[in-house]
Design a protein around this ligand. Structure first.
Ligand code: CA
Length: 235
C-alpha cells in the first residue's frame, strides 16, 4: 500500500481548520495541525511533510514569515498559502517568498484538494532531467542543485521555479502558453478554474534572478499571443 501523504495545516480559525482536517483525512491524508504561527513554524521545520497549507494571518508569526523561514531551510518543500484577501499584494508577496501556489479565501474545498493533489504529483516527479541549462545570456543553471551563477554570485531557485525552467527548456524550440504551463508544470487539469497570474508571477521572479535587465528579458522572452519561450545558448 502506498504511503499516506503527510500534510501540515497551519490555520488559526478553528472552523476552517477542522473543516480542512475532515476533508483531507477523508481523502486519505495524514494530517497534523497548528493554530499558532510559532508552533506551525516549529512543526514545519522539524517535521517531514509532503505539503504545508499555510494561512497568512496567524497569531505569533504570520504565514509569509513562516514561508520565508521554511524556504531558507528547504527550497523543495511544497507550500500552498491560504490568503485571506484575494488582493494582488498578498498573492504576489506569498509567491515571491516561495509558496508554490495560493488559494484565496473563501475557497472551494474541492478546488483546494485538486490543487494539493496537483502540487504533490508534480513534486513527486520533480527530479532533474538535464544537469545543466545554458541560457543565451550566459547564465548556466544547475538543475540538480537548484542554483546558477557559480560560487560568488549564486542565484538560488525554488523547486517550482526549476520545474518551470526545465519544462521551458524541453520545449525551447517554441513558445509555451500559460495554460500549458499550468497543466504541465503545476499539474492543473484544463477544466480547473485557475488564475494564470500564478505563471506570470513565477516568470517575473525567474526574470529578476536570471536576466541582466528584467524589463527587457533575453533568456525568457514573451511571444505575444503565444506564451513564454526560453532562449538557449547556441550549441
Ligand atoms: Ca487566520
Amino acid at each position: 500500500m502506498a504511503r499516506k501523504s503527510r500534510l501540515l495545516i497551519v490555520e488559526d480559525e478553528a472552523a476552517i481548520r477542522s473543516g480542512l482536517v475532515d476533508v483531507f483525512v477523508y481523502h486519505g491524508y495524514d494530517v497534523e495541525t497548528a493554530e499558532h504561527g510559532e508552533v506551525g513554524l516549529k512543526m514545519a521545520l522539524g517535521g517531514t511533510f509532503d505539503l504545508i497549507l499555510l494561512d497568512v494571518m496567524l497569531p505569533g508569526i504570520d504565514g509569509f514569515e513562516i514561508c520565508n523561514r521554511i524556504r531558507q531551510q528547504d527550497r523543495q518543500q511544497p507550500v500552498i498559502m491560504l490568503t485571506a484577501k484575494s488582493s494582488d499584494e498578498d498573492i504576489v508577496q506569498g509567491l515571491t517568498l516561495g509558496a508554490d501556489d495560493y488559494v484565496a479565501k473563501p475557497f472551494s474545498v474541492t478546488q483546494l484538494v485538486l490543487r494539493v493533489q496537483a502540487v504533490l504529483r508534480r513534486s513527486a516527479f520533480g527530479a532533474a532531467e538535464q544537469r545543466e541549462i545554458r541560457l543565451v545570456n550566459g547564465v548556466v543553471v544547475d538543475t540538480e542543485n537548484l542554483c546558477a551563477g557559480g560560487d560568488d554570485a549564486k542565484i538560488v531557485f525554488t523547486r517550482r521555479e526549476m520545474d518551470l525552467l526545465q519544462y521551458l527548456n524541453q520545449q525551447a524550440d517554441r513558445p509555451v502558453a500559460r495554460e500549458e504551463l499550468l497543466a504541465r508544470v503545476w499539474g492543473y487539469a484544463n477544466h480547473m478554474e485557475i488564475e494564470t497570474r500564478t505563471v506570470d508571477i513565477h516568470i517575473a521572479k525567474l526574470r529578476r534572478k536570471i536576466e541582466q535587465d528584467p524589463a527587457s528579458p533575453q533568456a525568457i522572452v514573451t511571444v505575444r499571443g503565444a506564451g513564454y519561450r526560453l532562449m538557449l545558448q547556441a550549441q
